[in-house]
Design a protein around this ligand. Structure first.
Ligand code: F0G
Length: 413
């Protein structure tokens, strides 16, 4: 740890200098703070460089040149009138994190955590994952020349994500249990000193993920939207976005905060359930949803995710699998495309508009967290009608290799 950054209790802000970010204690999560860090809007506007454009607010103590980077960040903001019509909002833009090097937002946190891990001399990095964190860790560890161990739930991880991890050379372990079981095991391994943990319980991951919000604010000319809607699983993003907005206001970048809206899948919604009880407690559930990326029943970052929701008059809601698949079909049909979990954000915006919480004239940004190609099994199953009624079903057809048969197929016969 450098003199510039310090570890603090995520809930109380009290210094905890002896905490190890790479072996987190889930009962006392820590944040990294950078006292006295400054960065002006003008400096940001004058720079390029994705996550590391914000280095003063992310890891100011990392020597320049030591970044383990694959050119992450700088993701597009896409105005989408078709999706605004679908959601019933006057305006809707998406920030597409699927455009990151490994196809998900995880790369933002991973560049920071892996850079810091290598700087500190860690050799074996590990994560539990529903797939995207695994793919990201595998790529960044390879880039860094370090070893990666990824632990994913057997039979509940999209094959494209597992194949990414394997391709990049990670040791891949499929546990016969769900994500929450895998997470518990990896936390224990890290506490025992076997591996360095780079899940979002590690505060360096959170530092990188803050840049989603920083970059969004810069892209909007420092004029925040009314709503920022995102899918929520393990709650690393929820924690990161609250911290980012707090810092952006403290730096004088913005005066008004957007309302955060965290959207969960109905079968994996302990945060939404907790919100309904004013965050009195978190009651873990056995999670089930088609959106395997957010199939999480005991989110580790719950204690530090609450503040951001409170401070922004935020909301947490749940949408069912049918709504997620319908929103995904709309996102895909708009030519943008994203994986199922990502589209919970658009389904959530639609639900908020329908119930009058998003009001006419309000500006909405939806976060798309992962690329369309992350979960081809689910996309095809939807379009082939194997997941139940599908309003936008568009199944491929197979024909003999004959001209008339092809003509017939093109004419829909
Ligand atoms: N969207 C996608 C595509 C994800 O992969 C995840 C989490 C989330 C949303 C939820 O983000 O956990 O910060 O609330 N995926 C993790 C993984 C759990 O292992 O890849 P969160």
């Amino acid at each position: 740890m450098t003199a510039i950054s310090k570890l603090v209790d995520a809930r109380t802000g009290a210094p905890v200098p002896d905490a190890d970010p790479f072996a987190p204690n889930p009962r006392q999560l820590v944040d990294v703070d950078h006292p006295g860090a400054t960065l002006s809007r003008e400096q940001v506007d004058a720079r390029t460089g994705g996550v590391w454009r914000f280095r003063e607010l992310v890891d100011p103590g990392l020597p320049v040149g030591e970044e383990v980077s694959l050119a992450e960040g700088d993701t597009p903001l896409l105005d989408c009138p078709d999706l605004a019509r679908y959601a019933g909002t006057d305006q809707l833009v998406v920030k597409h994190e699927g455009r990151n090097p490994t196809g998900s937002f995880k790369d933002r946190g991973m560049t920071v955590a892996v850079s810091r891990a290598r700087h500190l001399g860690h050799q074996v990095l590990a994560c539990a994952s529903t797939g995207n964190t695994a793919a990201s860790l595998a790529a960044y560890a390879s880039r860094a020349g370090l070893r990666a161990a990824i632990v994913v739930p057997a039979n509940a991880t999209a094959s494209s994500k597992l194949s990414q991890a394997v391709a990049h050379g990670a040791r891949a372990v499929q546990v016969e249990g769900d994500f929450d079981a895998a997470m518990g095991l990896v936390l224990e391994l890290a506490r025992a000193g076997d591996v360095a943990l780079v899940n979002s319980a590690n505060p360096w991951r959170v530092e990188g993920q803050k840049t989603i919000v920083f970059e969004l604010l810069a892209q909007l000319g420092w004029d925040p939207p009314d709503w920022f809607v995102f899918p929520a699983g393990n709650l690393g993003n929820a924690a990161a976005f609250g911290k980012a907005l707090r810092e952006a206001r403290a730096l004088g970048w913005i005066e008004r905060l957007p309302r955060l809206a965290a959207v969960q899948a109905a079968g994996a919604a302990p945060f939404a359930e907790s919100f309904a009880r004013d965050f009195a407690s978190l009651e873990p559930v056995t999670a089930e949803t088609i959106a395997t990326a957010i199939r999480i029943g005991a989110p580790v970052s719950f204690p530090r995710a609450v503040a951001g929701l409170r401070e922004t008059s935020g909301v947490v809601l749940a949408v069912d699998d049918a709504a997620i698949l319908d929103a995904k079909a709309a996102v895909d049909a708009a030519g943008i495309g994203a994986e199922p979990a990502s589209c919970a954000s658009v389904a959530g915006a639609r639900a908020l508009a329908r119930t009058g919480r998003i009001r006419p004239g309000e500006r909405v940004v939806c976060l798309l967290t992962g690329h369309l190609l992350k979960d081809p099994e689910t996309t095809l199953a939807y379009h082939e009608g194997r997941l139940g009624p599908a309003d936008r079903a568009n199944a491929p057809v197979q024909v003999p290799a004959e001209l008339e048969a092809l003509r017939g197929a093109l004419q829909g016969r």
